[in-house]
Design a protein. Structure first.
Length: 289
């Protein structure tokens, strides 16, 4: 568990940055793959000027290269100590190589935000120092359309202002939740980090079942895809619990009830999902060491 901050500044009510257009510092992004690029798009979409951004990416996509015309600094020769926030968005396998760039780029009062899976705060502190402000965050792939959800945890060195900046940067790709206990990140990874794959598998499985029931393959795929997407949007917009929405679709003695009797049986979806999340949680812990 990461201790919560103790100083007066750090325990003050969250004030933060409500609008990235108000930010006058520098944000450095190390790694601009799918998730890094999604964050970059979100920041600029919320009004962060490209001139306030430094991107380190050996193989930048054309849209990122084009942002140099608006002031973005791409792979600069010297950006030492310039960043108020360094966002580490590289693959965990390359984490050790990225640490030197992170350490050199952060300003003395900067915060490091890592979205690497399987790399905990202890790993980051060992590489950067225990006095460095570090936030570990776990976003998920719907960030690509601004509908992700991120869970974050901070070490003792993070101040209220640094947490506020991190919150604003993470909110650019969707909702943000904060926890105090880092060990929860393993279960977070299993539920929301890996969760989109479970939903995509549901669409695949539903399409295959529809085809086996006699539907043309293309139609079965379209029905499954749009049903999953539309149901997700309904769940997003509704104030009702998922269980209430499910009951609203289920007529007594009808077709939906017949299907749910299978899915909600003792050996149905619940125990299967529980085993899946437990397996993902266990693997997350193994990766973290």
């Amino acid at each position: 568990m990461q201790d919560t901050p103790q100083s007066e500044d750090e325990t003050a009510p969250f004030r933060g940055f409500s609008d990235l257009r108000q930010f006058t510092g520098t944000v450095a992004l190390i790694g601009a793959g799918r998730m890094g690029s999604a964050m970059l798009d979100g920041w600029i979409g919320l009004g962060l000027e490209p001139a306030r951004l430094v991107v380190i990416e050996p193989q930048p996509a054309p849209p990122i290269t084009a942002l140099q015309g608006r002031g973005l600094r791409l792979n600069p020769n010297n950006a030492a100590g310039c960043a108020d926030a360094v966002v580490l968005a590289v693959k965990p396998q390359t984490a050790a190589d990225a640490m030197a760039a992170v350490a050199g780029m952060a300003a003395p009062t900067g915060v490091v935000i890592s979205i690497m899976a399987g790399r905990n705060i202890a790993f980051l502190e060992a590489a950067l120092g225990r006095n460095v402000a570090i936030i570990r965050a776990m976003p998920n792939t719907p960030a690509a359309v601004g509908r992700g959800i991120t869970v974050a945890v901070a070490n003792r060195a993070v101040t209220s202002a640094q947490r506020g900046l991190a919150n604003a940067l993470l909110t650019a790709i969707g909702a943000v939740e904060w926890v105090e206990d880092e060990t929860l990140i393993d279960a977070v990874t299993a539920v929301s980090g890996s969760g989109p794959a479970y939903v995509f598998l549901l669409a695949e499985s539903l399409a295959r079942a529809g085809e086996r029931a006699g539907l043309p393959a293309a139609l079965a795929v379209r029905l499954a895809r749009d049903t999953v997407a539309g149901s997700g949007e309904l769940l997003h917009r509704s104030t009702l619990d998922a269980a209430v929405l499910r009951r609203n679709v289920t007529s007594p003695g009808g077709t939906t009830e017949a299907a749910l009797n299978v899915l909600m049986a003792a050996d149905g979806l619940d125990p299967l999902m529980e085993r899946a999340v437990a397996a993902a949680t266990k693997r997350s812990r193994e990766l973290a060491g």
